[in-house]
Write a protein that binds this ligand. Structure first.
Ligand SMILES: [Mn+2]
Length: 334
């Protein structure tokens, strides 16, 4: 990352408007990395504005600065204006602009200097500078690296920055359990704790913040909707819009649900199908070296990481389920 710093430093010094963007339906890593970078730039005396495509879940709204985030689909005129005048755009936790949903057109039009920091599989050619590392635990890990490289190894971590980055490390590693949880990730987490992060506080905000109905919804999904493909080590849950509405589930309310079947010892793959307006969203999880992103890309226009991927289908929920089972039956899980 070091080699790119002089160029970025110069761009940032000359910039009149710096914006930080992330993907649609922002998760802990998307918001954590965006706010982490924002707090770092603020510390460096560089003003910046975070813009996200749509609303993000309540369990992230305690992070400092989250109330100043511009939400594109709620404040379109302002967001468009910011993108239009921006001279530097940071693109965090995505590598295709289509992942920004309603923001895509404005981002594609923008002539700003684009800096990509991401950890998803892909080989984008559109960024001016690409600091991505495929296989890194999280974009937060890479924003930490960026901040360190930018400060020539003399990084001061303020508490707001530390909380933001810790949040993404925690959520994208599934509470430090996925295989990308390297010694380096723990080392960064240690530094963030030294900087004032209370791990239990983050954990409670993120993981222990269900309301009663949401936990009942998880129970319902596991007991009424989970199907297991015997001898294949695969579990999936297909949720209709009614299922979701019945429990009054809001944006981000199904977060983590796909991980529930993974708690079963001989389940190696878990898939969540979620009916949405005119489409079905799919989430995939796998254990060990099973690359589920290949399956997601090949059959469901998706992609992501080896052990966590997403996809979409424009058929009905029942048809998608049928298609999924058919494809799974021909898929070689090693
Ligand atoms: Mn991520």
């Amino acid at each position: 990352m070091k080699n790119e710093m002089p160029a970025i430093r110069k761009r940032l010094k000359d910039a009149k408007q710096v914006i930080i963007t992330t993907h649609l339906s922002p998760d802990g890593d998307a918001i954590g990395s965006s706010l982490g970078l924002h707090h770092f730039l603020t510390q460096e005396g560089i003003p910046s504005q975070v813009i996200v495509p749509n609303a993000f879940p309540k369990f992230l709204q305690w992070l400092k600065g989250s109330d100043e985030i511009c939400v594109f689909d709620e404040d379109k005129e302002r967001a468009q204006q910011l993108i239009e005048v921006a001279d530097v755009v940071f693109c965090l936790d995505y590598n295709e602009t289509k992942r920004t949903g309603p923001m895509q057109e404005d981002l594609d039009k923008s002539m700003a200097y684009k800096v990509l920091i991401d950890h998803h599989i892909g080989n984008p050619t559109w960024p001016d500078i690409n600091l991505s590392v495929v296989g890194a635990s999280s974009t937060c890990e890479l924003v930490y690296d960026f901040a360190e490289a930018y400060s020539n190894g003399e990084l001061t971590l303020n508490q707001d920055l530390a909380y933001a980055l810790y949040t993404g490390l925690l959520t994208d590693t599934g509470n430090f359990q996925f295989s990308a949880t390297t010694p380096k990730v723990h080392m960064q987490a240690a530094r963030l704790i030294e900087a004032g992060v209370q791990p239990d506080l983050v954990h409670n905000h993120i993981n222990n913040s269900f309301d009663e109905l949401r936990l009942q919804f998880f129970g319902f999904c596991v007991s009424e909707r989970m199907k297991i493909l015997k001898d294949r080590g695969i579990a999936y849950m297909a949720l209709s819009r009614e299922d979701i509405q019945q429990f009054n589930i809001q944006t981000g309310g199904t977060e983590g649900l796909v991980n529930e079947p993974m708690k079963i010892a001989n389940i190696d793959v878990s898939i969540l199908l979620k009916e949405d307006e005119g489409k079905v969203k799919l989430s995939f999880r796998s254990k060990r070296d099973i690359d589920i992103s290949v399956f997601a890309r090949e059959f469901f226009q998706g992609g992501g990481h080896r052990n966590a991927a997403g996809g979409v289908s424009f058929a009905s929920l029942a048809e998608t389920e049928e298609e999924l089972v058919k494809r799974l039956n021909n898929f070689n899980i090693s």
